[in-house]
Design a protein around this ligand. Structure first.
Ligand SMILES: Cc1ncc(COP(=O)(O)O)c(C=O)c1O
Length: 340
């Protein structure tokens, strides 16, 4: 195996507009920053982490019982912990492609056999193929990345419910990294199904990917096993502090999400349509587009705008462009207009 090395280097330098990692284009609220400063200054760093206050606050925030919750070091760590707990050498796992790289990476670490039906432009999640695989193969885990990175495809909650109900022997991992942008969730299915895990993160709409905070939701019988594998100190106290404060200042998050989804996104889509650029129907804060010219990513980089050139086999002619604020959108559209 190779290490997963995302193209992160040099992004922080200069005045880059970062539209390559589906991050927020604005820092988190000033209250989050102030809470971090206060935590460091008040002499807390020499003490090991403590999670109860955050578990209480987060479970109330998402309206679930605390026994259904596991904190993690980013949702990468939640996904990896789930696979390390429930996937063994030779087990079969369905990971429709293209998708977020860490699913396959963590499954490969377990030496699992990965089944890879393909997303399609027309239908999104390959529901028919997945159903067929679940019927004909002995599958241990099935991944539903909802919405999917990089295509933005969404699977209806009714379809998910049917899939779970018909395949009680399979564990479904539902990734909701972009939940705040879509406000649709499979969380109610966690209450009623023993075979589902939902993963979420504070790296996207909440805006603290640098601190690495995520969480996982499942029935207590699953949580108890996964916590053994995750270990006692996976999340550091700066993350805990930022997450607690972020939960208390949700207006900042909803204002950002509203601007991205209701102002910037339609602006980007109108532009793509006006230039006849094909883009995948997206449920969230990014688009996968067909490159109108070969080196579009390089041309944008020359103007300090980073986008993500796709390396997935079969998708070499696509790039993924995250959506930022109205100001960011005006900036990228002005540059795109000058290039195309
Ligand atoms: C679909 C999806 N899941 C999970 C993650 C991981 O996020 P993090 O580990 O920062 O929580 C990402 C990040 O890009 C993602 O796109």
């Amino acid at each position: 195996m190779k290490a997963y090395v995302p193209p992160l280097e040099g992004r922080r330098s200069g005045s880059n507009l970062l539209l390559d990692f589906n991050e927020r284009t604005m820092p988190p609220s000033k209250e989050v920053v102030a809470a971090l400063q206060k935590f460091a200054q008040e002499g807390n760093l020499q003490i090991y982490p403590e999670y109860n206050p955050l578990i209480e606050k987060l479970s109330a925030f998402i309206n679930t019982d605390r026994d259904y919750l596991m904190l993690s070091n980013g949702s990468d760590n939640a996904i990896d912990t789930a696979f390390r707990t429930y996937l063994s050498k030779g087990d079969k796992i369905i990971i429709p492609q293209p998708s977020f790289t860490m699913f396959a990476h963590s499954a490969n670490l377990q030496e699992a056999e990965i089944l890879t039906p393909s997303y399609t432009f027309e239908n999104g999640y390959p529901l028919k193929e997945v159903k067929e695989l679940l019927k004909t193969q002995q599958v241990k885990i099935c991944v539903i990345c909802n919405p999917n990175n990089p295509t933005g495809s969404m699977l209806d909650q009714e379809d998910i419910q049917i899939l779970l109900g018909e395949n009680k022997q399979v564990l479904f991992l539902i990734d909701e990294a972009y939940f705040e942008f879509i406000n649709e969730t499979s969380l109610p299915l966690v209450q009623t199904n023993e075979n589902v895990i939902v993963t979420r993160t504070f790296s996207k709409a909440m805006g603290i990917p640098a601190l690495r905070f995520g969480y996982l939701l499942a029935q207590p019988s699953l949580i108890n096993e996964m916590i053994k594998v995750r270990g006692p100190y996976a999340v550091n106290m700066m993350s805990v502090t930022a997450a607690m404060t972020s939960i208390d200042h949700q207006t900042d998050v909803s204002t950002y999400v509203d601007e991205v989804m209701n102002i910037s996104k339609p602006m980007m889509e109108m532009f793509y349509q006006s230039k006849n650029i094909n883009f995948w129907p997206s449920g969230c804060n990014f688009h996968l587009i067909e490159k109108p010219i070969d080196n579009l990513d390089e041309k944008l980089a020359e103007k300090n705008i980073r986008v993500r050139d796709m390396k997935y086999p079969g998708y070499e002619n696509t790039i993924r462009i995250s959506i930022g604020t109205k100001e960011d959108t005006e900036k990228i559209l002005a540059v795109l207009n000058s290039i195309l």
